[in-house]
Write a protein that binds this ligand. Structure first.
Ligand SMILES: C[S@@+](CC[C@H](N)C(=O)[O-])C[C@H]1O[C@@H](n2cnc3c(N)ncnc32)[C@H](O)[C@@H]1O
Length: 276
């Protein structure tokens, strides 16, 4: 199967909704609204929908919603959430082999998923390319693909805690397609009207993001898969640094300094384009 599960999403699924917030809703809705079909009549797919946090925001505004999710635990949480509504369908499957007929969707959303598809051993990210081809195939003419991912500089410096586990961040960056590579994929697949939007004020972890004790809590760390790429030794070192900064009163200053970089870079980028 075209994915590499380096984070245990089956256990993460239990706490995921407490540590992650959907972001960029105005950006998503604006671009869906710009497609030929009215929002209430649209069919929209969330590829790699996780526990359905974005589907929950779109629910009631979009005609029919589909989610495809690789991990059984995450998919089950999403399924339970919409069990009462036949207009929301969740399937377990892969974003690289979408189980849908050609030309079905007005919009496809794919948030924080693409760094899970390839192991970075080759520069061309073949599974990311597969996803782009599949997204193009199942979109209607005029349909929009909306991706949210982090640029490499954002991943390094758009999260205050990333400086605690620099080697894990380096490992993640080898798996994370750059925004340049994503732009190239949009172009090569045939998408047009490419646009980039950075939601500077929004953070993936919502209110919990600035919790100075966050890194000490496994559920908080499960909110970002970079932590799962730290070795035991690197994690122990990071936790020691947090404890020592909390003890000697330097944590607030550390976070403040790191947050100045996030203000300049943002945490994530929306990359958006249309099927002609
Ligand atoms: C960081 S979570 C993002 C979930 C959701 N999109 C969100 O933003 O809240 C990454 C998700 O991608 C899923 N995933 C990984 N590989 C996938 C694939 N090949 N197809 C579909 N989902 C995949 C993971 O199981 C996980 O639920």
């Amino acid at each position: 199967m075209n994915t590499i599960e380096y984070e245990n999403y089956t256990s993460t699924s239990v706490s995921y909704n407490e540590t992650r917030r959907p972001i960029g809703l105005p950006i998503i809705l604006e671009h869906l609204a710009a497609t030929p079909t009215a929002l209430g009549e649209q069919t929209v797919l969330d590829a790699g929908c996780g526990t359905g946090n974005y589907l929950a925001e779109l629910h009631g505004r979009i005609g029919t919603l589909h989610g495809v999710e690789f991990n059984a635990g995450m998919a089950q949480v999403a399924r339970d959430r919409f069990a009462e509504d036949p207009k929301v369908n969740i399937q377990q499957g892969s974003a690289t082999e979408l189980p849908f007929a050609d030309g079905l969707f007005d919009g496809i959303l794919c948030t924080q998923v693409l760094h899970h598809l390839d192991d970075g051993s080759t520069a061309d990210f073949p599974n990311v390319a597969r996803f782009f081809r599949e997204a193009f195939r199942v979109l209607r003419p005029g349909g929009v693909l909306i991706i949210n991912s982090s640029g490499h500089d954002q991943h390094r410096d758009g999260f205050w805690w990333a400086a605690l586990v620099p080697k894990a961040i380096d490992r993640m960056l080898t798996r994370m397609p750059s925004t340049e590579l994503l732009e190239e994929n949009f172009r090569q697949t045939g998408f047009v009207d490419y646009e980039v939007v950075v939601p500077f004020d929004e953070v993936l972890q919502g209110k919990q993001y600035l919790d100075p004790e966050g890194p000490l809590k496994p559920a908080w760390r499960a909110g970002d898969s970079s932590w799962s790429l730290a070795t035991e030794e690197e994690l122990a070192h990071a936790l020691d640094e947090v404890k020592s900064r909390l003890d000697d009163g330097t944590m607030a200053r550390f976070i403040n300094d790191r947050e100045k970089r996030r203000a300049e870079l943002g945490q994530t980028t929306f990359l958006i384009a249309r099927k002609p």
